[in-house]
Design a protein around this ligand. Structure first.
Ligand code: ADP
Ligand code: MG
Length: 356
């Protein structure tokens, strides 16, 4: 038996020949902020809808609080969903929107009012209870949608791209607020986004999805630094991918043939395997490789160098093969200029070897 708040096992969802979700196993613990991250069409909304009860899986099981909820309708689950378009009632006041779920649960008017007002304060909309929805900004509408969801005190709050309609600045601000709110109310959040930066900002656990499958799952730090798949490595921000073939293995280290020459990398592989090395732009080191534990990656010629305030972002090509392109991120004070020829290397422990 498991004490996880939510457990999905062997979830599969098909629409005719289309496989929207395939073999999804997922465990969510009480109080976690979980982010489903993936490109459009990867199955995020379908998975969230299966959690919320709006979609029934073709096969597999949904357990919430240890109970089988696979076929339980949305209103009878301990979940609430915030949709991307908020689905607010435009003709009702803010307070009545927020109190709607309580009215459905037959909570008396006076209590509805006081609970709605308390929640409006929680989301920073104190005193706006009388307003109409049309009189609110995008960010305020977002807060009303959140207030309406959390006022019924769900075990799990499901959010489908809730910040998608907001412009960048408000989006970043709302990300901070969401995290703060989640800490305060200690409710489990499952949040869908296709924005990797957003996922990194808010998640305790990131679930990387692609083609209806989970590619990787873990803390933002682990998924970024030690991704489990080529897709997870490339979707979680900029990275350099160097292809190679395993020439031999000794212990946990593989000898590889790559387009920048022979090198070694850590990880499980067998001779003959095609592998991909992922090296983050900020992990590349400039200058002659300082010996043990450092893997030389050859010489590159700088094709662009842009000062970005917090860092200097460069593009470069290998001198041995201009088809091999590099993204290099260094501290802003690093002097790198167009057409510089530099030796690059990376710490062996920073290089992630991924199977084909
Ligand atoms: P995401 O939210 O990651 O963009 P979705 O979960 O909405 O992805 O969709 C996953 C796949 O399932 C897509 O190929 C989509 O077209 C398909 N799909 C989703 N809902 C339906 C439906 N009701 N009928 C047919 N196909 C659907
Ligand atoms: Mg979607």
């Amino acid at each position: 038996m498991s004490d996880a708040l939510v457990r999905l096992s062997k979830i599969r969802k098909t629409y005719g020949a289309l496989v929207a979700l395939d073999d999804i196993d997922l465990k969510i613990e009480q109080g976690q902020f979980v982010v489903l991250l993936g490109p459009s069409g990867s199955g995020k909304t379908t998975l969230l809808s299966i959690l919320g009860g709006f979609v029934t899986p073709t096969s597999g099981e949904v357990l919430i609080n240890g109970e089988d909820q696979t076929s339980t309708p949305p209103a009878r689950r301990p979940t609430v969903t915030v949709f991307q378009d908020y689905a607010l009632f435009p003709h009702m006041s803010v307070r009545d929107n927020v109190g709607f779920g309580l009215a459905m649960r037959k909570v008396a008017r006076a209590e509805r009012r006081s609970r709605a007002d308390a929640i409006l304060e929680t989301v920073g909309l104190e005193g706006l209870g009388e307003r109409r929805i049309q009189q609110l900004s995008g960010g305020q509408r977002q807060r009303v949608a959140l207030a309406r969801a959390i006022v019924v005190e769900p075990s799990v709050l499901l959010l489908d791209e809730p910040l998608g309609a907001l412009d960048l600045k408000i989006r970043r601000q709302m990300q901070e607020e969401l995290v703060e709110l989640q800490r305060r109310i200690e409710t489990t959040f499952v949040h869908v986004t296709h924005d990797q930066e957003e996922a990194m900002h808010i998640a305790d656990v990131i679930v990387v999805m692609n083609h209806g499958r989970i590619e990787d799952i873990g803390s933002p730090e682990r998924v970024y630094l030690q991704p489990k798949s080529l897709f997870a490595a490339t979707f979680m921000g900029d990275t350099n991918i160097l292809n190679g073939q395993v020439a031999g293995v000794s212990g946990k280290t593989a000898k590889l043939e790559t387009s920048v020459g022979p090198l070694v990398a850590d990880g499980a592989a067998e001779a003959g395997n095609i592998v991909h090395l992922s090296i983050r732009p900020e992990q590349l080191r400039l200058g002659k490789a300082p010996g043990h534990g450092n893997v030389p990656l050859g010489k590159v010629r700088v094709t662009s160098a842009v000062f970005q305030g917090a860092n200097r972002l460069c593009h470069a090509v290998s001198t041995s093969d201009p088809e091999i392109r590099w993204i290099i991120r260094q501290p802003p004070q690093t002097g790198i200029a167009l057409d510089d020829v530099l030796e690059i290397s990376a710490k062996q422990t920073d290089i992630v070897m991924l199977r084909d």
